[in-house]
Write a protein that binds this ligand. Structure first.
Ligand code: FES
Length: 530
């Protein structure tokens, strides 16, 4: 898996593994922006908290994003207004504006050198047909209290025919910010941060119980699933989320644009920002999103991104590339609040392309709800909401049939060999002795064989040659080349298989895909390894 630019030069504090049983008020699964911000807010409110991160702080999507902090949402405000009312759309913008203020306040208050800087954001159009949309957005954002201006073009691109300029947006360095949050959680005296501690099962109850990969157990009054897409078999949530892969390159250019955030109105859209105010010539350029686990030629996505960059900038070199997973919700707003059917389990997910802003909204809202405080955003973001919108039924149906196809696919013929001809660093699906396997040959030449069944609910993972990952096409799961979980709903690694292992017994149980099951909210009180 290729690392993002945000790891460069950032020393990890090296938080410990959880080695003994622990009892806290709130257990938080996931050490990204949602989890760590929630932990800090609750610790400051007097709660004892434990953050349980499966890998390192920020190793999930927080550390792989382009780190935009903006109120300019992925969904058009007109669409949100039609689904949530004019007031709902305004509240969504208001909550994001508050989140940016919170991040700036925490950077200053904690003394975190995360390069937080206020900058303008630009949404630009390269086709005249999109200009009326920009005009409508300008009016709506203005009514929501955002300082926004319409302008005719952009300084760096002659292709732009119109743009909106949003004032008072921000950039920052996401991993430095997370390290600062984690240090503050620990130094509060009320919080623990554990790394390399994967939660392998959670149970709702009084208290809630969490089992971990280290063998230690955590008991807690409340549990927050802050793993971007919540871990466990959560049918009513996972079928209302669409996982997308977003591709990112770092380009060194001769003609950097003024410091700011830039995103276009294309479909799929593109986004641009400088890596840092100190290196304006290094641009993070992303987009070209595809359905996660569905793209057979990920190299082509990076190629398209490089072409996009070269058409608009004088590119000296492409210095880095990586991808990140994002989740779009069925109705366009995140799900933040109590898990449907649960008593003491909370979720925050479905951030679309505004993850660091919404992650902070999620932390603020969950912190209030767990403390029993009223919060004016609770109803808007409730995971139990059901919006009677025409696209929702189609969205869920497509998700379900899609999942079923990817499970049924395990029966389709695959090349029958034992990895012959597979070069070092490459992977593929193959049928060996009548059994379908995920094969990977590491750089030393050693062949690794795994079951290709995703441990979440049994879909067949797909090899991603560019990122050297196994990507699950159903609910956004991602595993490294040797089958270890990187992110998404799965809680267990792909099962290792000895190449001389016996054939499966006739009638071996075939899992039914989660997405093919009923989708209305239902009691969900437990998550465990699939
Ligand atoms: Fe759900 Fe893989 S993430 S089956």
């Amino acid at each position: 898996m290729q690392e993002s630019v945000w790891r460069d030069g950032v020393a990890s504090a090296g938080h410990p593994r959880l080695e003994r049983d622990l009892d806290v008020d709130v257990a938080i699964v996931g050490g990204g922006i949602t989890g760590l911000t929630t932990a800090l807010l609750l610790a400051r409110a007097g709660k004892t908290v434990a953050v349980l991160e499966a890998r390192r702080i920020g190793d999930g999507t927080t550390g792989g994003t382009s780190a935009h902090l903006t109120v300019a949402l992925d969904q058009p405000l007109a669409t949100l207004a039609s689904r949530f009312g004019e007031e709902g759309a305004r509240r969504a913008v208001e909550s994001c504006r508050g989140a940016i203020d919170t991040i700036g306040g925490l950077c200053a208050g904690l003394g975190v050198d995360a390069e937080f800087q206020r900058v303008p954001a630009f949404r630009w159009a390269e086709t005249p047909a999109h200009v009326p949309h920009l005009d409508d957005e300008a009016r709506r954002y203005g009514e929501a209290g955002v300082l926004v201006h319409r302008q005719d073009g952009l300084p760096f691109s002659s292709l732009a025919v119109a743009a909106l300029r949003f004032e008072e947006q921000a950039v920052f360095h996401p991993l430095r910010y997370l390290e600062g949050l984690a240090a503050a959680v620990v130094s509060s005296g009320a919080g623990h941060v554990f790394e390399r501690t994967r939660v392998t099962r959670w149970d709702d109850g009084r208290p809630c119980r969490l089992r971990t990969s280290t063998g230690a157990t955590v008991t807690a009054q409340e549990v927050v699933l802050a793993t971007h897409s919540p871990i466990g078999l959560l049918v009513s949530l996972h079928t209302r989320l669409e996982p997308l892969t977003s591709y990112i390159i770092v380009a060194r250019v001769d003609d950097p644009p003024p410091l700011g955030l830039y995103f276009d109105t294309a479909e799929p859209y593109h986004y641009v920002r400088a890596v840092s105010p100190a290196r304006p010539d290094l641009l993070v350029i992303g987009g070209a999103d595809t359905k996660h686990g569905h793209e057979p030629d990920t190299a082509a996505c990076y190629t398209r991104l490089a072409e996009f960059a070269r058409t608009r900038f004088s590119v000296r070199a492409i210095e880095r590339r990586w991808s990140a997973i994002l989740f779009e919700s069925v109705d366009g707003l995140p799900f933040i609040g109590r898990l449907p059917g649960a008593q003491h389990v909370w979720v925050s997910t479905g951030y679309s392309g505004t993850g660091l802003t919404y992650g902070t909204v999620g932390a603020q809202l969950l912190s209030d709800l767990i403390q029993g405080h009223d919060n004016g955003w609770a109803e808007l973001y409730s995971p139990s909401r059901v919006k009677p919108i025409a696209s929702a039924r189609r969205f869920v149906a497509e998700n379900a049939s899609n999942a079923y196809r990817w499970v049924a696919d395990r029966l389709a013929p695959a090349p029958s060999d034992r990895g012959a001809g597979l070069p070092p660093g490459d992977g593929k699906l193959a049928r060996v002795g009548g059994k379908k396997l995920a094969l990977y040959r590491d750089p030393t030449g050693k062949l690794h064989a795994m079951s290709p069944k995703c441990t979440h609910s049994g879909c067949i993972v797909q090899w991603n040659q560019d990122d050297r990952t196994w990507d699950c096409p159903c609910h956004g799961g991602r595993f490294d080349a040797e089958g270890k979980v990187i992110s998404g709903p799965p809680m267990a690694d792909l099962r290792r298989v000895a190449l001389d292992e016996e054939e499966p017994a006739p009638g071996e149980r075939e899992e039914r895909p989660a997405a093919a099951q009923p989708v209305q909210p239902e009691p969900e009180r437990r998550g465990e390894v699939g």
